[in-house]
Ligand binder design. Structure first.
Ligand SMILES: [Zn+2]
Length: 107
């Protein structure tokens, strides 16, 4: 399995996806069930291709909220000033993107 597929799988499982026993009919790869659809982690079959733009955006929004939480936790426990600056920069980018995603979802 590709590294990207694995990362995607881990991300989906964290968001509540369930690992399926049956392999992908197309490539034999590992499949997960997420929001009522099967997604192959290897070839991406039935993955992003059938997602509507608003689904992709709301997934992105929940991912960003997770990232903001974990970056903000790290910032809270970080004593190195340089790393604090990096984390603040990162948080700023996440928040900006979150704001844009929110606007895009509203239409
Ligand atoms: Zn597949």
């Amino acid at each position: 399995m590709s590294r990207k597929g694995l990362e995607r799988g881990v991300e989906l499982l964290r968001k509540g996806a369930v690992l399926l026993k049956e392999p992908c009919p197309k490539c034999g790869g590992l499949q997960v069930l997420y929001k009522g659809r099967k997604i192959c982690l290897n070839c991406g079959e039935l993955g992003e291709a059938i997602s509507s733009p608003s689904e992709v955006l709301s997934d992105l929004r929940s991912m960003l909220i997770d990232k903001i939480k974990s970056a903000s936790d790290r910032l809270g426990s970080e004593s190195d000033l340089k790393k604090q600056a990096e984390l603040t920069d990162l948080l700023l980018k996440y928040v900006e993107l979150l704001e844009k995603v929110g606007k895009a979802l509203k239409g």
